[in-house]
Ligand binder design. Sequence first.
Ligand SMILES: NC(=O)c1ccc[n+]([C@@H]2O[C@H](COP(=O)([O-])OP(=O)(O)OC[C@H]3O[C@@H](n4cnc5c(N)ncnc54)[C@H](O)[C@@H]3O)[C@@H](O)[C@H]2O)c1
Length: 248
Amino acid sequence: MFDLSNKTALITGAGQGVGRGIADALARQGAAVAINDLDPDRAESAANELRDSGKRAVAAPFDVTSFEKTRAGYEAAVAALGPIDILVNNAGIPAGMNVASFRDTEPEDWRKYLDLNAYGVMNCAKVAVDSMCDRGWGRIVTISSGAGQIGISLGISAYGAGKGAGISFMRHLAAEVARFGVTANTLALGMIDNHYDASVTEHLVKSIPVRRLGRPEDVGPAVVYLASEEAGWMTGQTIGLNGGSTTS
Ligand SMILES: NC(=O)c1ccc[n+]([C@@H]2O[C@H](COP(=O)([O-])OP(=O)(O)OC[C@H]3O[C@@H](n4cnc5c(N)ncnc54)[C@H](O)[C@@H]3O)[C@@H](O)[C@H]2O)c1
């Protein structure tokens, strides 16, 4: 089950954190992986480590917020690995992300969240989806956040707006491409233990029924399932992966 050998995957923002965990999990199931990141050194070192452990991996550094750079980077990944079967839109936290009440922000503060979480997802889907439809098989997974589904007073309204736009886009995309054998699903993550210091973690954990933050290793297996042959009947869904923080 969940065998991904003979599949290729492009994972955005995979030089560290959640994306790195996703790339490791897909590679363990046999996929050849293209590691995208805005930071070329991060992409290269993640790809090197995977290659050192015997996996097929290439670095694919580009900025997903630029359509032209995304197209060129995608084509370079295809030249190295062959057609991309699995796209994981993971990049979602822009450089310089900060927390501030909406009333304390200005329009120029909002753009980076929408550029990355709406345009970034759409740019990557645009360059990858035609080939998937033509070949009759594809999997698109977007890593979103509970912040795209519910309102919370953490000072992340523009981030939430970008995440919500990505969720909505994925639902429409799923409906359009399902008949070509391409699925599109979203994982709405809860808080992952890679950005918070110990005092914040202690406070946050109390609000999570499972009583711990998520880890990159919690996300990879869920992506493996959504990327698999076996998940062909699952499309257009937004699935909470959050230790039970929100339920539906
Ligand atoms: N960490 C959390 O608590 C949390 C919670 C919910 C959802 N998420 C989502 O999970 C995903 C991964 O989060 P993370 O915590 O691992 O992030 P991270 O910041 O640790 O790593 C993300 C990577 O994306 C890269 N990146 C940023 N902008 C890019 C761009 N324009 N083009 C290509 N790469 C770019 C960064 O260089 C970085 O290496 C994001 O979509 C995030 O919104 C994270």
